[in-house]
Write a protein that binds this ligand. Structure first.
Ligand code: UDP
Length: 464
């Protein structure tokens, strides 16, 4: 077929690297099925270096367009990233509509869980809307039941005090304190938005989930066998970043000089930030552990656990001096600790044989990347659905250890030193590592020829 006959898929990721990366990787996969791809990028600020570097890896046949940036004065003054994203999308609807009208042969619009308002725009222009759920089946199961829970469970959510955890079909039991972050305050705007989007899920023609059958058989069965989600569900993962060779060579050559499996990788994703107090405890804990570590350090934020979500705050700081770390720290740990400011080539690090463990904030992309490369985890959830992910990893899949908070509500240095040593050298760590290796094999199988996820994608491609 020539380009004029080819079908086109329009992909609209929400702002934030945790949305951009999986949707762009999905775009690459669809491109390999001979679709034309147009990526539309809503935003309210100029792209970050991480974004532009990542988008530069796109093959020329996949086009991307930055939509006219939304005037920041139109955005509400709020700390909730989901609320800001919602307003960015609302103010980008007319640009999306014009783009859809001007593009030819569009058969599907794929957006993520915050972009449900584009479903209507797609329908208006005669195009089928799809959602790409950037988290797992467990989380989809929870969020899709939220409207029902909201109607039946009295205000405010009493799960914290309930004797029984919530058991979703085929899922690991979930205590109230581990519910996803917006639900912890039912008065909050982000909770109302989560409900709003959740009520719209069935307006999509289908929902892609970045998971695979052997990872979440129970949750996927559960989703398919009741009638909460009444549209098609397509588990197509794991789809992860391919990694790059033009990235940060200093970090990778540092890893090259370390023995296999000896390095603990520490990172809180694109958005995660720790308080001033917590970052100090982490620094001292890593030092006390006696282990070799590679830590992606972001400036502390006492207000928010996702202080660098839009990439702005930390990037504008030139904080190579790391002056928020304990005095003399950088000098003391320099022989066995590498501190990388703000952003590191995570996939290359996880793929590296020197990496033996990962202390992670439990963002779903980070988890899938760890699964693909068989790296066992310490779960340190911060925001969004990360607490749910931590429960699934620790209690369900048994591939992650947990830290305990002290009575003052943060994780102390001694506890950090203890847990990282168990992961890297203890029996429990060894078990988690073995389990991860099994999952890694299962992941490879799912995405190989004839694998579960490959078959699902082929079916959809055929339908389109
Ligand atoms: N990432 C990276 N380098 C960093 C931090 C993050 O490459 O220093 C990538 C990471 O590999 C993952 C994504 O950014 O693909 C973060 O997504 P995730 O869902 O783990 O967390 P989020 O940032 O959305 O909370």
């Amino acid at each position: 077929t020539t380009n004029t006959q080819k079908q086109r898929i329009v992909i609209i990721p929400s702002p934030g690297m945790g949305h951009l990366i999986p949707l762009v990787e999905f775009a690459k996969l669809l491109h390999s099925h001979h679709f034309l791809i147009s990526i539309l990028l809503p935003s309210s600020s100029p792209p970050t270096t991480a974004q532009t570097t990542f988008l530069a890896t796109l093959p020329p046949a996949i086009s991307h367009t930055f939509l006219p940036p939304v005037d920041p004065t139109l955005l509400p003054p709020t700390a909730f990233h989901s609320v800001i994203i919602y307003h960015i999308h609302l103010n980008s609807i007319s640009s999306v509509r014009s783009a859809l009208v001007s593009l030819s042969n569009v058969v599907a619009v794929v957006t993520d869980l915050f972009g449900t308002d584009y479903f209507d725009v797609a329908r208006e222009t005669g195009i089928a809307p799809y959602m790409y759920f950037t988290s797992n089946a467990f989380c989809l199961s929870f969020v899709s039941r939220l409207p029902k829970l909201d109607e039946t469970v009295p205000f405010p959510f009493p799960y914290q005090c309930l004797e029984h955890p919530l058991v979703l079909p085929g899922c690991v039991p979930l205590n109230g304190k581990d519910f996803d972050q917006p639900t912890l305050d039912r008065q909050s705007e982000e909770y109302k938005l989560e409900l709003y989007h959740s009520r719209r899920y069935n307006l999509a023609e289908g929902i892609f989930i970045n998971t695979f059958f052997d990872l979440e058989p129970g949750a996927l069965h559960g989703l398919k066998s009741d009638d909460v989600i009444r549209t098609s569900i397509y588990p197509i993962g794991p789809i992860i970043q391919s990694g790059s060779d033009d990235g940060d060579n200093v970090t990778l050559s540092w890893l090259d000089r370390k023995p296999p499996g000896s390095v603990l990788f520490v990172s809180f994703g694109s958005g995660g930030t720790l308080s001033f107090q917590q970052i100090k405890e982490l620094a001292i804990g890593l030092e006390k552990s006696g282990l070799t570590f590679l830590w992606v350090v972001k400036a502390p934020d006492d207000e928010s656990a996702c202080g660098s979500f839009f990439g702005s705050q930390n990037q504008q700081h030139d904080y190579n001096c790391f002056d928020f770390l304990p005095k003399g720290y950088v000098e003391r740990i320099k022989d066995r600790g590498l501190l990388v400011p703000f952003w590191a080539p995570q996939v290359n690090i996880l793929a590296h044989e020197s990496t033996g463990g990962f202390l992670t904030h439990c963002g779903w992309n980070s988890i899938l990347e760890s699964i693909v490369y068989g790296v066992p985890l310490i779960a340190w959830p911060l925001y969004a659905e990360q607490r749910m992910n931590a429960v699934m990893l620790n209690k369900g899949l048994k591939v992650a250890l947990r830290t305990n908070d002290n009575e003052r509500g943060f994780v102390g240095a001694d506890e950090i030193a203890r847990v990282v040593n168990v992961l890297m050298n203890g029996e429990e760590g060894e078990k988690a590592r073995d389990r991860m290796k099994e999952l890694s094999e299962a992941a490879k199988k799912a995405t190989s020829e004839g694998g579960d996820s490959t078959k699902v994608i082929s079916q959809v491609a055929l339908k389109w």
